[in-house]
Design a protein around this ligand. Structure first.
Ligand SMILES: Nc1ncnc2c1ncn2[C@@H]1O[C@H](COP(=O)(O)OP(=O)(O)OP(=O)(O)O)[C@@H](O)[C@H]1O
Ligand SMILES: [Mg+2]
Length: 324
């Protein structure tokens, strides 16, 4: 018996490279079979959808604020996208190598030539390693502590900040994935810049605290500089106005007045970029996720899974219309 699978319309649009609006017209005209469940449309699919030649979109988790949630977001968003059928490559650009460890690899056993040090030496992108979480496959370019050496090497190279961007384009990996997520270190140094400039935009986690707001100012400022640089080198269209594609309030605790105030303030700052719904502060599941080398939605409850699902939906909507 052949099994039908229901795919959310937004996913179907992405997989077939067809705008969602066109698909809605097709549904209305009876040319595309779809089912409505609650507020959402789903398309029943019997087999794998043939995928046209696509080009990965590359986004960097970016903020110099430590502990804002970059690595958690790279892991959880990456897993969510992969479980929806997207081909995902994660790149650990942080010598702390948290992403590598949280996906179950031991950074102490990672060779330098498997990390971005290879890129910095001008040798191209290393072969990504396979990681399987809850039967969902993801690929990873891991990191180890020695990656810290890149902080001093990158500025000594001609266009050193562009090394990762160049390696991604020259290696052919962009044809093999739908999304590449780069986890950057908590600094505004050269590795962070190389990570930011590799992509089509920045995803910025913002901790709902006074510290979060303070960090945001600097992030917005450097993001403008990065966009200017990319425009000057003609890597992005001159019409592009924002480099931040998504701001994600994190560790939100609605029980504290301070957090509620900060969240309201952040959401008023609409001009800085699109805001996702806040991710709640849930120390227990986030800790368990690290201990068990799993994404948080695999260890958390329904509410947490719903938060991450809503975040990935917002992300997919935004990146579909991304100007990059
Ligand atoms: N929503 C959340 N609720 C509770 N704890 C969280 C949440 N998000 C992340 N954490 C925890 O906060 C810590 C910092 O998160 P994470 O490492 O993802 O941030 P980061 O920005 O990558 O940090 P760094 O700047 O060190 O790279 C981790 O221990 C993580 O498990
Ligand atoms: Mg991190």
């Amino acid at each position: 018996m052949r099994q039908e699978k229901l795919i959310p319309l937004i996913e179907y649009a992405r997989l077939t490279d067809t705008p969602e609006s066109t698909l809605r017209l097709q549904i209305r005209a009876g040319r595309l079979k779809a089912i409505r469940l609650g507020r959402y449309w789903y398309v029943p699919v019997e087999n794998e959808i043939p995928t046209p030649n696509r080009h990965a979109k590359v986004y960097t988790l970016f903020t110099h604020a430590g502990g804002a949630g970059k690595t958690s977001l790279a892991r959880d968003l990456g897993f969510e996208l992969a479980s929806l059928g997207h081909r995902v490559l994660l790149i650990d650009a942080d010598p702390q190598a948290n992403l590598t460890a949280w996906l179950g690899l031991d950074p102490g056993e990672i060779e330098d030539k498997a990390t971005l040090l290879f890129v910095v030496e001008g040798k191209g992108l290393p072969e990504p390693q396979a990681a399987v979480l809850e039967r969902v496959a993801l690929d990873l370019v891991p990191a180890n502590m020695n990656l810290a050496l890149a902080e001093v090497t990158v500025p000594t190279k001609t266009l050193g900040m562009m090394l990762l961007r160049t390696a991604l384009h020259e290696s052919g990996v962009l044809e093999q994935y739908d999304f590449v997520l780069v986890d950057s270190p908590p600094s505004l140094g050269s590795i962070a810049a190389m990570a930011a400039l590799a992509g089509d935009g920045l995803i910025v986690p913002v901790e709902t605290s006074a510290k979060g707001i303070q960090a945001l100012r600097a992030v917005v400022e450097v993001s403008r500089d990065y966009l200017k640089t990319l425009k000057a080198l003609r890597f992005v269209p001159q019409t592009r106005s924002q480099f931040i594609v998504l701001l994600v309030p994190t560790k939100y605790d609605p029980r504290t007045l301070q957090d509620r105030k900060v969240k309201q303030l952040l959401e008023k700052a609409e001009s800085l970029g699109p805001w996702a719904k806040a991710l709640s502060c849930r120390p227990g599941p986030y800790k368990e996720a690290i201990d068990r080398a799993l994404p948080v939605q695999a260890v958390g409850d329904g509410r947490l899974r719903e938060e991450i699902r809503a975040l990935s939906e917002t992300f997919l909507h935004l990146t579909q219309e991304d100007l990059a």
